[in-house]
Design a protein. Sequence first.
Length: 311
Amino acid sequence: MNEYIGLSVKSLFNKAWYVYKTKFALLFGILSAPLVAMVLSYLVAEILPPFSFALLILAGLLAWASQIALIYALKLSDLTVLEAYKMAVMKIFSLLWTGILVAGNLISVFALPLIFGLVILSMQQAGMFEASKALLYSLSAVGILLGLFGVIYAIYLSITYQFVTYSLIVDDHKGVSALLSSAALVKGKWLLVFSRILAIVIIFAVPVVVLDLFMQNEQGLFNLIQSVYGYVIAPFTVAYIYNLFVGLKEHQGTAEEKVSLRNWVVGRAAFGFAVVLGLLLFFSVVQKTDYFPGLKARLGEIQQQSKTLGK
């Protein structure tokens, strides 16, 4: 692992800290834009509700664009906040498309346990387990194992596609190519990437957990401190991941993009969203028919509980 000495947690922290110090004003200028829009929205909420709503939408769009602008600020020198946002706006739809592809791929890993669960539910509703509860318990155990596999595989894919946005911005890859570029970068180094991501998550999560233990009766103050803390560490986190991305590229050989892999990524994403549509259709049928009376009653209870909590 000596060849990856530059990718140690200490090295990545040092590099991120240097960027954090040298580009402090630019990075926080980028992050401040959505914050300013949100504060203005709050201030004019009672005076001009429509304008407040428009500012709230603007704040959301700026928060989304700020993540792209931060990467441009790390990639290029002598950028201004406005220039970073102008470049970010040009990439928003590309980011949306890659986000859809990643989301579809992550959803697809839960397709098998969901379909298996619905089959078991249908069999139970049909009374097929009345003679043998052991079969029901055995199949339920299989369903739980499939669910655990889905969670593990989702974690694997989330690390595999960790650098999609960076590939999109830094290397100007588009759509599926950004996903394949990230996957190629992580290939053979998954545990290394996972450990580096886990390290920064733990390091920055510990203060929040400790603070929560001592401020359980001061939830409002805790939420304020947590928000400020997240605002302060956000540029550092982006710089840390950026340096990890750049370091991995230095150790990457040339890889040919295969059409079969492109089809697999797109197909898996399409399958993931097809499963979501199928589930929505299934629950619509449950609510409007008597095919699954037990499940229909349970959904009614959940809806009633949601209305009660809303009040």
